[in-house]
Design a protein around this ligand. Structure first.
Ligand SMILES: *[C@@H]1O[C@H](CO)[C@@H](O)[C@H](O)[C@H]1NC(C)=O
Ligand SMILES: *[C@@H]1O[C@H](CO)[C@@H](O)[C@H](O)[C@H]1NC(C)=O
Length: 493
């Protein structure tokens, strides 16, 4: 409920504050997949330099291609035809004692819901009324520069800004030097002129440029980059007001994950995962004032579906909560000189998903019960309704033992301290293949275990003979095997 209120607040702000943006449709990424040092554009195959807040299709991975994006089973964004990924650096509060604390994104809740980003698709065809083209398959790009620490008045500089929400809603190029009662909205506009050939480039930028005249989000494309794309504009609402009483010097205390306290180094990444014909139709049709655009062009996920679309962390490091340092090697670099990445930063291993990051505890040997995934529940009509118990010392073991004593086949844990037992699970409540679900809350009796979430239930089943295997694990192994086969096939072509 709380999340709905927060999200409608987000939508309200988007609607009321972004009025100058027209000829537009908005992809609402209500949620995000996870926060991780991952960046398949800039740092493919390895841990990236800094933590990103990552939204979009759950085909996202450390390396990925268009087919993997399209193979997503869900997305944190609301348009079903869009399985793209969108990411930006995470923001932290730098406390007086030196600790870094993650600044929640609007929509983050203790129940595991995550806020996301609003992605504007601006249909700006410039003074010559160019035909706008959809992003082609495999297209990706980066806007902004993580190492930038000073103001520049070129279009790339103007394309990054920060809005101080509340009072006068003033917009700054830097992070706002003043307290913002409604938080800070970090914003980046992408270049919209494409060379028409390259899907990416070594710096992930030079295949695209900002228009050569007019404005960074309008104007004419140069002859070198003649294809006019739809213009992407990202907005992320950071709840900086939660730290209002903790400012401790004459400088604003927020820093992006890349060690940037200035805000000039804010940036965004895009990997295309669209159904291209659908995007092209929307880009062509949804110009200023077109009625019912784009709702006639797209189908939509509801918020619950976007919240259930999570990814397991594949790097064993803490990125939320109170941290002694920014993850990776990211000292605070106030500029004005460009930040120089730390050269001898130790390599961080990608471990792959673990039982803990997949959200379960292995009880196959100790109790003969297996994890079958994260389903959904509804307080008005429980998914498991044969018996229930709750308490502030709940563990998965306690719940499984309780359901065993009631003789039921399933045990489910929810909202940290609730335990439900039952003998069947309706199909529309059951875990979905390839969708992790929104079970992220620690058990009230064991902070190392996951006990569901808000309207999300961690489900365990008695192994009555046969193999006793946790299904989240089984699935990821199968996926990995399929990926190995695919890699062999692609390698042999
Ligand atoms: C990402 O890649 C790893 C390694 O290949 C694999 O184990 C994992 O399942 C992949 N994740 C997704 C969401 O495809
Ligand atoms: C540092 O300060 C923060 C915020 O004031 C506080 O939450 C945290 O516990 C402190 N950390 C340490 C290690 O003392």
């Amino acid at each position: 409920m709380l999340s709905n209120a927060v999200n409608s607040l987000l939508l309200g702000l988007v609607a009321s504050l972004a009025a100058p943006v027209s000829g537009t449709f908005v992809i609402q990424c209500y949620s995000r997949l996870f926060d991780e040092r991952a960046d398949p554009v800039v740092d493919p195959g390895k841990a990236s330099n800094h933590v990103h807040a990552i939204a979009g299709g759950n085909g996202f991975n450390f390396t990925m291609n268009y087919d993997q994006a399209r193979a997503s089973k869900c997305s944190t964004c609301n348009v079903k035809e869009d399985l793209s990924n969108y990411w930006t650096p995470k923001m932290y509060f730098h406390a007086k004692n030196g600790s870094f604390i993650n600044v929640p994104i609007n929509g983050d809740t203790p129940g595991g819901d995550m806020g996301g980003q609003a992605i504007y698709y601006l249909t700006r065809s410039g003074p010559d009324n160019d035909k706008l083209v959809a992003f082609p398959p495999g297209f990706r790009m980066l806007a902004g520069d993580p190492n930038k620490r000073s103001y520049t008045s070129d279009f790339a500089g103007l394309a990054v800004s920060h809005k101080c929400i509340g009072n006068t809603n003033e917009q700054y190029s830097s992070l706002p030097p003043v307290k913002c009662p409604g938080g800070v909205r970090a914003q980046v506009t992408f270049p919209s002129c494409w060379d028409g050939v390259n899907l990416d480039s070594p710096d992930h930028k030079s295949h695209v440029v900002y228009p050569k005249d007019g404005n960074y989000d309008g104007g004419r494309c140069p002859a070198s980059h003649p294809k006019h794309l739809v213009t992407l504009f990202y907005e992320v609402y950071y709840s900086t007001q939660l730290f209002e009483s903790e400012w401790w010097s004459d400088k604003q205390p927020f820093v992006f994950s890349n060690g940037d306290p200035t805000g000039y180094g804010f940036h965004g990444d895009f990997v295309n995962g669209w159904d291209i014909p659908t995007l092209q139709r929307a880009v062509t049709d949804c110009v200023d004032g077109t009625p019912n655009c784009p709702s006639t062009h797209f189908t939509f996920h509801d918020q619950g579906e976007t919240q259930a679309c999570k990814l397991p962390s594949q790097i064993n490091e803490q990125v939320n909560g109170i941290l002694p340092a920014l993850p990776g090697c990211n000292p605070i670099t106030p500029g004005p000189a460009a930040a120089v990445p730390v050269s001898n930063c130790p390599v961080t291993k990608i471990t792959g998903p673990t039982a803990a990051s997949l959200g379960y505890t292995d009880l196959t040997k100790s109790k003969g019960w297996k994890y079958i995934g994260c389903g959904i529940d509804n307080a008005g009509s429980r998914t498991l309704n044969a018996a229930q118990t709750s308490g502030n010392s709940m563990t998965i073991e306690t719940c499984v033992d309780f359901c065993k004593s009631k003789g039921t086949k399933y045990a489910g844990l929810e909202y940290s301290g609730e335990c439900y037992c039952g003998n069947s699970i309706a199909a529309d409540r059951a875990p979905q293949a390839g969708v992790l679900g929104n079970c992220l809350m620690k058990c009230s009796g064991n902070a190392n275990e996951i006990c569901g979430g808000a309207a999300a239930i961690s489900l365990y089943q008695a192994c009555a003979g046969g193999a006793c295997t946790n299904s989240a694990k089984k699935r990821s192994r199968r996926l990995a095997a399929a990926e190995r086969v695919k890699a062999r096939i692609e390698g042999s072509i």
